[in-house]
Design a protein. Structure first.
Lengths: 136, 256
């Protein structure tokens, strides 16, 4: 049982770290999150990072496209994702760790789909544990 | 009759040529090299491995230890990177711009590494950008510096010392190649890895990194990897249209 828990924690840490592994992520504000309520414009299921674009209606009705960086499909699958989980036109709520400079982009934290399901990048087994993404 | 004699002579010439080949003349996968009599390897790393980010130091090869004194361009880069970090900026994010991570950083990305060991060679393919690394363990020396093609993973030559595989790597590309944030590799970077198995599922590597151009002293780090038997390496490329959708690689706050 102990090894199972340790394994889950390791996978959890790994998933948390993965989002920033392709590159340095000093431009990301890891101290806060931002919720985006919008429509999926695009979703790419690819290595080494998946990504999505979310159109958010801002002040004055102006549509802003947020680019959201995700981890690799091999980890997303363990978190319950498939390539068809989100598609253009889907209404979603996406939580991100935003860029420090205020540009519309950030690291993915979670998505709540129209059917009420919430998905993260963490393996399902480890989702009950808290995550603290390591700074790079 | 003459045709038979000619054929026999031709066969003798081919056989003689083959007999003059030494181990270092043979490719690592040549049957004559693979089948050469050697002591059994103390361990076999064949498998899929993932850097243990719970272990001390995790994936970083820095900051430089106190015993190391950076100098020249390396010192300038390091001071500039500290300034960039203080301003919340990314310093020379070359990996994010599709330059190879290179040794040593390629070993500690958070994607797994597939390793295949034969009697003469160890091949490694990283799940990060499919970076390919070869460690020759067939007794060959390092290549002639006037012949070798420098690379980001360098030329690795290994030999066994009891239960440890000692790997000597040099001939690196010295631009857009980093040991750690703000610490550049150079053409003089030299890395020695002492690889051993802590247990069948855990591998440990002690790194000693020197660079006569970049610093005085030795950088020493110890890292661990765990077998991940439920994972495989997939095809992966760093693509320009991918980076267009990675916010942090496109950030205006990158210092390049």
């Amino acid at each position: 049982m102990t090894s199972r828990i340790l394994s889950a924690v390791a996978i959890l840490l790994l998933a948390a770290a993965t989002a920033s592994a392709h590159h340095a992520a000093a431009g990301i504000d890891r101290t806060t999150t931002k919720e985006l309520k919008g429509t999926i414009k695009a979703f790419s299921w690819q290595n080494p990072h998946s990504w999505m674009e979310v159109e958010v209606v801002g002040e004055g009705g102006k549509v802003v496209t947020w680019t959201v960086e995700m981890t690799a499909p091999s980890y997303l699958v363990r978190a319950g994702w498939k390539a068809s989980t989100v598609k253009p036109g889907d209404e979603v709520r996406v939580t991100v760790r935003p860029l420090k400079n205020g540009d519309p982009g950030g690291l993915f934290v979670s998505v709540t789909l129209a059917d009420g399901r919430t998905l993260t990048e963490r393996p399902v087994l480890a989702q009950a544990a808290p995550a603290t993404p390591p700074a790079q | 009759m003459n045709r038979a004699i000619s054929a026999a002579i031709a066969a003798l010439v081919v056989a003689a040529a083959a007999a003059t080949l030494h181990a270092q003349d043979l490719g690592a996968l040549a049957p004559a090299n693979l089948n050469k009599q050697r002591p059994a390897a103390p361990f076999d790393v064949t498998g899929t491995w993932l850097n243990d980010i719970r272990f001390k130091g995790s994936w970083r090869f820095g900051p430089p230890p106190d015993n190391v004194k950076l100098k020249g361009e390396a010192l300038k880069h390091f001071e500039a990177s500290k300034q960039a970090q203080a301003e919340g900026k990314v310093y020379h994010d070359d990996i994010g711009q599709c330059w190879p991570a290179g040794l040593p950083m390629i070993m500690t990305r958070v994607w797994p590494i597939a390793m295949v060991q034969k009697p003469t060679v160890i091949y490694m393919v990283s799940g990060f950008m499919n970076s390919f690394r070869t460690i020759f363990i067939d007794g060959r020396p390092h290549s002639d510096p006037d012949v070798v093609v420098r690379s980001f993973n360098g030329e690795s030559i290994g030999h066994w010392e009891k239960d440890t595989l000692v790997v000597d790597t040099k001939y690196f590309v010295g631009h857009h190649h980093w040991i750690d944030s703000g610490v550049p590799a150079s053409e003089e970077t030299h890395i020695v890895e002492r690889i051993k198995m802590v247990n069948p599922a855990t591998m440990e590597i002690e790194y000693t990194i020197t660079d006569s151009k970049g610093w005085d002293g030795e950088m020493k780090f110890t890292k661990r990897w765990n077998r991940v038997d439920d994972q495989d390496i997939q095809e992966v490329s760093c693509l320009p249209d991918l980076n267009q959708h990675i916010p942090s690689t496109q950030s205006k706050d990158n210092v390049r």
